[in-house]
Design a protein around this ligand. Structure first.
Ligand SMILES: [Zn+2]
Length: 229
């Protein structure tokens, strides 16, 4: 039975394909490492980068469509080798609509040291609601990475986790939000690393972290006008 590419699936393929350019633009990836995936809203369909294809050669039609178990429904190539980790997140976190994985250098340096990134910047309180937590060491190819991501994020407000000795995974309500979290994670990882070279960064009081997070998540940005509400 052939799989029907609905307009929603086609749109998600275009979005996921285009977002890979953002990983390059922000310096988060090298060669073919790194990947973005998205859940087609209201379905159990996942759209993810194919394995081992150069970023310059990605097209919407090459994006692989799978079910939550990783069975390929559309696309001629094998999905990213990280697909099982993404799928475990989608299976266990129904609210998640996008997942990103990178080995972005500063955040991954924290992973190599086995250290969570402490919340010492207001931008971290805004975006991550506290520290960026450290997940466990897990061998690639097993389901341990996905489990480690979900178990670690369950105890935190952060949409980003750095997996020990490996790299960064981020989640979002859609793929764009997850890409934003990956960009912000690398940015704060760099700044806090630089701060460390000069001395011990000063923590932010928990009550202030809470206030900053609440304001950023609920008040900041363009509010819809009354007639759009
Ligand atoms: Zn990786």
């Amino acid at each position: 039975m052939s799989f029907e590419i609905t307009p929603e699936v086609a749109q998600m393929r275009e979005r996921v394909c285009a977002l890979h350019a953002e990983l390059l633009r922000w310096g988060l990836v090298t060669w073919t490492s790194g990947n973005v995936s998205g859940r087609v809203p209201g379905t159990d369909l996942i759209v993810i980068k194919p394995s081992g294809v150069s970023y310059d050669d990605l097209t919407p039609e090459l994006m692989v469509v799978t079910d939550l178990e990783g069975k390929v429904l559309a696309g001629d190539l094998a999905p990213s080798s990280d697909a099982e980790s993404h799928n475990e997140v989608y299976r266990r976190m129904p609210e998640v609509g996008g997942v990103v994985h990178t080995h972005s250098p500063y955040a991954t340096a924290w992973a190599a040291r086995g250290e969570a990134i402490p919340c010492v910047l207001t931008a971290m309180a805004d975006e991550f609601g506290g520290e960026i937590p450290l997940g466990p060491f897990a061998l690639i190819g097993s389901d341990a990475i996905g489990k480690g991501i979900v178990d670690t994020l369950a105890g935190h407000r952060s949409p980003a986790v750095i997996m020990r000795n490996h790299g960064v995974f981020t989640i979002g309500k859609d793929p764009k939000s997850a890409v934003k979290a990956a960009v912000m994670a690398e940015d704060v990882a760099r700044t806090v690393h630089l701060a460390r070279q000069l001395g011990e960064p000063v923590p932010i009081a928990q009550e202030h972290v809470d206030q900053l997070y609440d304001r950023y998540q609920n008040v900041y940005g363009q509010q819809p006008s009354p007639k759009e509400q």
